[in-house]
Design a protein around this ligand. Sequence first.
Ligand code: ATP
Length: 355
Amino acid sequence: MAEIRVDNLRKAFGEFVAVQDSSFTVADGEFLALLGPSGCGKTTTLRMIAGLELPTSGQIFLDGEDVSFNRASARDIAFVFQLFALYPHMNVRKNIGFPLLSQGVSKAEIRTRVEETAKLLQIGHILDKSVSGLAGGDRQRVALGRAIVRRPKCFLMDEPLGTLDAEFREVMVHELRELHNRIHATTVYVTHDQHEAMAMADKIAVMNHGIIEQFGTPQEIYNRPASMYVADFIGSPPMNFLKFTAGVQKGDRSISLEGVDVALPEVHQDLAPGELALGVRPEHIRFSDSAALRGSVYGAEYLGTNQIVAVETGKGLLKARVPADRTFRIGETVGLELNSEKLSLFDCASGRAVL
Ligand code: ATP
């Protein structure tokens, strides 16, 4: 297996810069998700690692070796696309074994490795079936099998579950993570779906306009978003922002939100007065009659185990995830308590976190 290191990687298509000076490391056996909206440069980054696109500048290292300009076939990487093309005239066994056949591996060895792979993916019972009659999930497993059978140094996957319906997708998310736990192959996985990234990845790189906004574990990205963009992209509903104008000083443990004092985790830098945004996740808001921050209920969305209640505070709309056992009237006045340990604070001009 292998470590992938990307150093100041850049890709321009004419004047347009699709990937801007990205640097990150995927440790041996780690699963990295490149996450972001359409057009943010995820696929271009992946294609450069695969060798399907040459960098404009920067380098790519596989296990310490500079492979930036090596041909794709010389990189020992398996690429799983969204639209997996299986050979329709071959059965499952032949489809999985095909990459080995073209590498000149002996027939006996191919048989053993195909059977091992099928066992890993729990598709041993369909090995002699034609691929044309297979359901979506099994087709995807065969496509994965074809990638795994080569025992490549790492896997690159570009929205491999993109064509599956929601139910199958959930099953495959679970299966892919299980598979990763078993084979520990270094993996880079492109997705625009935060749930897939959070459920599968050890590390997530959140991308925006060709830039990596934050690189970290799912927990770091969720609990300590580095920017308003990340805070807004991750979470459902996303983080709430309360915008206000103030200055802060290093060491401050509270902030005045236009007359309402809100406790904060310790501030680590001075900030001249300007527009700030207090960030709070919906599950970190509690209703309390004695709370100083008040608002009126705008709407409620019942979700069974809990509900999302939208409250207009006069400083912005806040969505709170609260127990489902209380019914709220539209227009009802409520007090909102924010969990001070879980708050984020952003400088609106730069969009960066300042806590
Ligand atoms: P998607 O999920 O839609 O593929 P993405 O985040 O993977 O999005 P990329 O496919 O990497 O984004 O594309 C990033 C930007 O680069 C897009 O604006 C795209 O139009 C542009 N781009 C990609 N390939 C080329 C190319 N060969 N020539 C010109 N522009 C390109």
